[in-house]
Design a protein around this ligand. Structure first.
Ligand code: TXA
Ligand code: MG
Length: 343
């Protein structure tokens, strides 16, 4: 049976709709819901059978752990064996928000939720619909991004239905998600703490708050401690070609790459910043990513544009690389993964 779509006001969700979704969660079902980053596919984090259904619906490898979402920092106490001081500080400063903290797990968190690890990832999302759902369900909610494993994360309810419409019970449609890239995942069990995935909270912000943090090596496909970063990710069916060039040569480099692909008879789509849109040769399918100086805008459009161009039946998507500052780091991480996957 196809999933039911329930529209909700993202700022002030109707309690009736939230109660209905919470009932599904409490009964062990799956509900997709908006967070400030991307849509999540939620189940009761403490119900192993329900969490198992998430893995089945997404086609997700069992060793890739889920983030457990809470509606109040105090709820983290019951999920963790020991809460580092740094965690308390970051929770006070960055929650609710797009920061996920990896901490030692309490035994009551089912192994399936944490992918068999002795740690658990926790986050309090900054979205009224997500918070209302967690509160109404009365349990922490395990939720990966609500895409089929390997596809770009969903930033609209339509993306969720396209990937998982047949596999889940209900989608709360709260419109497009405001941040557009997933949360930053920070492992607090290492010293110094390590960023496992750059995301909605900039690494620069974390360093200002807690001092040194280590970063995953740029473009490295394997990082043993971040199971999710091992797998094929963000991959549209079309091949993604990332164009990295010095600032004054970007337009030229994008145009040259498009022409070279055309010469091989390929159908080409292009994602460029406003700054270089005029350089794209006419005839290519173009999406404007936003201003080059504002990676937060680029982040909001990134996954939707990858999906749109993919649906246009193209062979290749040429994408302008942006600076790895602020949210630009998360954007470039996702683009490198998309480009590294065979299309
Ligand atoms: O913004 C987000 O984080 C979204 C929304 C729905 O909250 N969720 C999300 O979940 O992106 P997911 O499952 O698509 O990505 C979670 C990442 C994966 O790379 C996973 O391997 C990592 O977090 N992770 C989860 N638990 C972990 C743990 N205990 N240790 C290390 N990495 C962990
Ligand atoms: Mg994901």
């Amino acid at each position: 049976m196809p999933a039911r779509l329930l529209p909700v006001d993202p700022a002030a969700p109707d309690p009736g709709a939230i109660a209905e979704a919470a009932e599904v969660v409490v009964a062990g079902g799956l509900v997709a819901f908006p967070t400030e980053t991307v849509y999540g596919l939620g189940a009761d984090a403490l119900n192993a059978a329900a969490v198992q259904r998430i893995f089945a619906a997404k086609g997700r490898p069992a060793d890739n752990p889920l983030i457990v979402h809470v509606a109040d920092p105090a709820e983290v106490e019951a999920l963790t064996a020991a809460l580092p001081e740094t965690a308390r500080l970051l929770m006070a400063r960055c929650w609710p928000g797009p920061l996920t903290l990896v901490v030692p797990a309490a035994p009551q968190v089912p192994l399936v939720t944490r992918g068999g690890l002795d740690t658990v990832a926790v986050r309090m999302p900054a979205h009224p619909v997500a918070l209302a759902l967690i509160r109404a369900a009365g349990c922490p909610i395990a939720a990966p991004s609500a895409n089929r494993s390997g596809r770009p994360s969903p930033t609209t309810a339509r993306h969720v239905l396209a990937d998982l419409g047949d596999a889940i019970d209900l989608v709360l449609d709260g419109g497009p998600t405001p941040v557009g890239v997933e949360s930053t995942v920070l492992d607090l069990t290492t010293s110094p703490p390590s960023v496992l995935r750059p995301g909605g909270v900039a690494v620069e912000t974390l360093r200002d708050l807690i001092g040194p943090v280590t970063l995953p090596p740029a473009g490295a496909p394997v990082l043993a401690r971040a199971p999710g970063t091992r797998y094929r990710h963000y991959a549209p069916r079309a091949r993604v070609v990332l164009v990295e060039a010095p600032p004054d040569r970007v337009g030229e480099a994008v145009a040259g790459t498009v022409r070279a692909l055309w010469d091989r008879g390929l159908r080409v789509g292009v994602m460029v910043t406003e700054d270089h849109a005029a350089a794209v040769p006419s005839g290519a399918v173009v999406r404007v990513m936003g201003p080059r100086t504002d990676p937060a805008v680029v982040a909001t459009r990134l996954f939707a544009q990858l999906r749109e161009l993919d649906e246009a039946g193209l062979d290749a998507i040429v994408v302008e690389a942006i600076d790895e500052r602020g949210l630009g780091r998360a954007v470039m991480d996702r683009l490198r993964r998309a480009a590294a996957s065979a299309g």
